[in-house]
Design a protein around this ligand. Structure first.
Ligand SMILES: Cc1cc2nc3c(=O)[nH]c(=O)nc-3n(C[C@H](O)[C@H](O)[C@H](O)COP(=O)(O)OP(=O)(O)OC[C@H]3O[C@@H](n4cnc5c(N)ncnc54)[C@H](O)[C@@H]3O)c2cc1C
Length: 448
């Protein structure tokens, strides 16, 4: 980067205030001392899926927000919330204002459940369902009907486990989390006694991590059960040592679940494998789901022609996520990321996080992404006296966009903490208007 030669201060915009956005800001700060960084998010609140994805009963995971807060409080870093790229400002406009733009806007949509009956009432994608119990404003109005004995979650990853846990855990325990108030209310009168987590492939192919799987066996008043006929005796010795160790730990949990007595507790979480959904049953709302049994042929789960039904009133599909194209940029063939060359899209635009590599990896995985791209940007760009926020702010004001800065977020957070149920860390606002209601006067003052 030719900062000293041009004398210009490099100005960067990061689109998306989730983990990838914050880690990129931290790394850009290290690579380009003295630069200006604006982190833009479509919500008035920062932290992406740490706030709206990570399960509410996993508060210790959300402690990473404190690290992100320290990044946001750096004097050269600005949070610009409630500003959506493609709605309030275009990518082309940002190109005019900043030396480089890093897209970190995630993969927010559910992969489609391509099945007869997928349109029925009571069928939801995990992104929407998780957003509902985490008070994401896009999904706060979901209002799932939980007045049924059965729920089925399709998918064999940690998101499926999160959803099963939230549906099953006693509400007295959930009440001490930051679960959305509207979700807690509904869960309090839930009749769901049997929640099924169902995967197409075998027990040892599931992508669960051991800590999450083990936790299913430790929930108060809930028993995790598996069909002994689906749980192997041992992990095959044809696998690399590390993979074998991980699978062996999962297998230990599953073997314990296979021995558990389903009648021992009032609520059950069933782990079912080798089952491919073929139809969602029901007339105007879901009444059940039909699965075809599968076996692995050349690594593929292939139906064996026999089927069985699980009666249920709720289906949540946790089968992956899709990206949203931004600024007219091309999505990959799998539609879960932008087409990019190791994070570079063109000479001015870069991409990190889930939008770069697809929806996989934990919060910390995004750190390496941010570091790699910051190094690349530092090598690539020659700062050109771009106006940065001095041009973005008047444009937002002219368009009547009320943006939030980090102090406004702290005002929202303080109001959430003040409204918390006893023992809970906060009560989240679930509407943008409510969020702006507690901080908008400050926003106007700050802009004037
Ligand atoms: C349900 C669920 C639970 C998870 N639980 C865990 C866990 O327990 N532990 C763990 O380590 N990892 C967990 N993860 C993974 C972790 O959340 C991700 O690795 C991480 O959030 C990805 O970061 P990101 O910044 O790429 O995307 P995101 O976190 O999705 O952030 C994207 C941000 O971009 C914003 N945005 C989107 N579009 C625009 C736009 N047009 N303009 C401006 N802003 C925009 C969004 O509002 C959001 O704030 C979980 C993921 C999910 C889905």
């Amino acid at each position: 980067m030719n900062d000293a030669a041009s004398g210009a201060t490099p100005k960067f915009a990061i689109v998306g205030a989730g983990p990838a956005g914050f880690y990129t800001a931290e790394a850009l700060n290290a690579q380009c001392p003295g630069c200006r960084i604006d982190i833009i998010d479509r919500l008035p609140t920062p932290y992406g899926l740490v706030r709206s994805g990570v399960a509410p009963d996993h508060q210790s995971t959300k402690a990473i927000e404190e690290t992100f807060e320290q990044i946001a409080l750096q004097p050269n870093v600005r949070f610009v919330g409630n500003v959506e790229v493609d709605r309030d400002v275009s990518l082309d406009e940002l190109r005019g204002f900043y030396d480089a733009i890093v897209l970190a806007s995630g993969s927010p949509h559910d992969a489609p459940l391509d099945l007869p009956g997928a349109h029925l009432r009571g069928v939801f994608g995990a992104s929407a369902f998780v957003g509902w119990y985490n008070a994401h404003p896009d999904h706060a109005a979901l209002a799932p009907d939980l007045d049924h004995a059965g729920a089925v979650i399709i998918g064999n990853g940690n998101v499926a486990i999160d959803v099963a846990r939230v549906l099953s855990k006693p509400t007295a325990v959930l009440s001490a989390s930051d679960i959305a108030h509207h979700a807690l209310d509904r869960l309090e009168s839930s009749r769901i006694a049997d929640t099924y987590i169902v995967g197409r492939r075998g027990a040892l192919d599931a992508k669960f991590t051991t800590a999450e799987l083990r936790e299913l066996g430790e929930i108060e008043d809930v028993v995790a059960v598996a069909d002994p006929g689906q749980i192997p005796d041992a992990v095959g010795d044809d696998l690399p040592a590390r993979e074998r160790r991980i699978k062996a730990k999962n297998l230990e949990c599953l073997q314990a679940f296979a021995k558990a007595d389903p009648a021992s507790k009032a609520r059950r979480i069933h782990l079912r494998f080798n089952s491919k959904p073929v139809e969602i049953l029901g007339r105007d709302r879901v009444e059940g789901i039909r699965f075809e049994r599968t076996r692995l042929v050349d690594g593929q789960a292939v139906g064996d022609g026999t089927t069985y039904d699980i009666p249920c009133g709720l289906v949540v599909s946790a089968i992956g996520y899709r990206a949203k194209a931004i600024g007219g940029l091309a999505l990959s063939a799998s539609a879960d990321r932008l087409v990019n060359d190791e994070g570079r899209i063109d000479s001015q635009v870069y991409v990190v996080g889930w939008l770069r590599r697809g929806p996989s990896g934990k919060i910390g995985t995004n750190r390496t992404d941010g570091e790699t791209i910051a190094e690349r940007i530092a090598q690539d760009i020659a700062p050109a006296a771009k106006p940065g926020f001095n041009a973005l702010e008047p444009l937002l004001l002219a368009r009547g966009v009320t943006w939030t800065d980090f102090a406004h977020w702290k005002a929202i957070e303080a109001a959430e903490k003040a409204a918390a149920r006893t023992g809970a860390p906060r009560q989240k606002f679930a509407s943008v208007d409510d969020m702006l209601g507690v901080c908008a006067p400050a926003a106007r003052a700050a802009s004037s």
